[in-house]
Write a protein that binds this ligand. Structure first.
Ligand code: FES
Length: 115
């Protein structure tokens, strides 16, 4: 069973500045799950907001997800760097592991929805 029902709207793509990411909470009932959606132009990439190192959220709760150079998602705790496109960790204590993906797409109305 998917964590989110297919078609669940996460946000509008325009809510995310290009090159940035946004934290989202979702899930069923009392079991809320943290996600993030990163934007590259007209594409959106979804992940569970949990670092594969020790499982904490990547950001500090303020939607700051990106490295200073804007090239990678960065864990705020120990600085691991992840590729936006596939969540692969290129640097840090969990190098070689990946963020858990959340399949998303952008619909015709510009909404980011769960697949
Ligand atoms: S918790 Fe993310 S790098 Fe350690």
């Amino acid at each position: 069973m998917p964590v989110l029902d297919p078609g669940t709207v996460l946000c509008a793509l325009s809510d995310i500045p290009d090159g940035q990411a946004k934290g989202i909470e979702g899930g069923q009932g009392e079991r809320k799950v943290k996600f993030l959606v990163a934007r590259r132009g007209d594409q959106a990439f979804g992940y569970f907001n949990a670092c594969p190192h020790v499982g904490v959220p990547l950001d500090w709760g303020d939607d700051r997800f990106m490295s200073l150079d804007g090239q990678h998602l960065q864990c705020g705790t120990h600085g691991a760097l992840f590729r936006v496109e596939d969540g692969f960790c290129v640097s840090g204590p969990c190098q070689g592991r990946r963020l858990r993906p959340l399949a998303v797409s952008v619909d015709a109305d510009g909404q980011v929805v769960a697949d």
